[in-house]
Design a protein around this ligand. Sequence first.
Ligand code: ZN
Length: 233
Amino acid sequence: MTEPSALVLFSGGQDSTVCLAWALARHERVETIGFDYRQRHSVELWCRPKVLAEIKARFPEWGRKLGEDRVLDLGVLGEVSDTALTRERAIDFEASGLPSTFVPGRNLVFLAFAGAMAYRRGLGSVVGGMCETDYSGYPDCRRATMDAMGQALTLGLDRDMPVETPLMYLDKAQTWALAHELGGDRLVDLIVEETHTCYLGDRSHRHDWGYGCGTCPACDLRAKGWAKWRAGR
Ligand code: ZN
């Protein structure tokens, strides 16, 4: 039986903030979990408490459902990967065809820990912002991977532990639209001001769509999605 409760993988970025709003709109009890894996854009870890505080302040009805937040230290991930997200190296494409921002197995590790935490906290599902629409080619963002992981958790924990991915088939423009549908301009403004997406951790340049370098793949996606959503309103 799935309980009306969830653990949201919350990084402090746009996607996971929309996922959190989605979970708060449909579940009675929601907790959050984040991971410190020595990401170059560790600035997002600094955004997390601010985003949570703003959600509680601007959406009291959601604030009442929002429970504990935890950040787990997964620095060990940096030891098994040499990527543009965890090292000072260029963001480009490797011989495998995958971008150098790919951290092998990252979401599998995150979900294993999130599943264990959800089990311990008595939460009914894990919610993540994985998306295969304009994903950067990461195989651990695919729905099939999430289904397999949900099944592995359900078997390994001997309890239903589905992995919910509300953004799976949305592009970035539709993600902005979903944010607006869930929380109106209040939520869109919160995402623009407080969430972080830029791979390089840049928070010194402010654009219509928020802070970032404006040129890395993450900024590019966020900016294009914003422009497409605004044009279609
Ligand atoms: Zn950027």
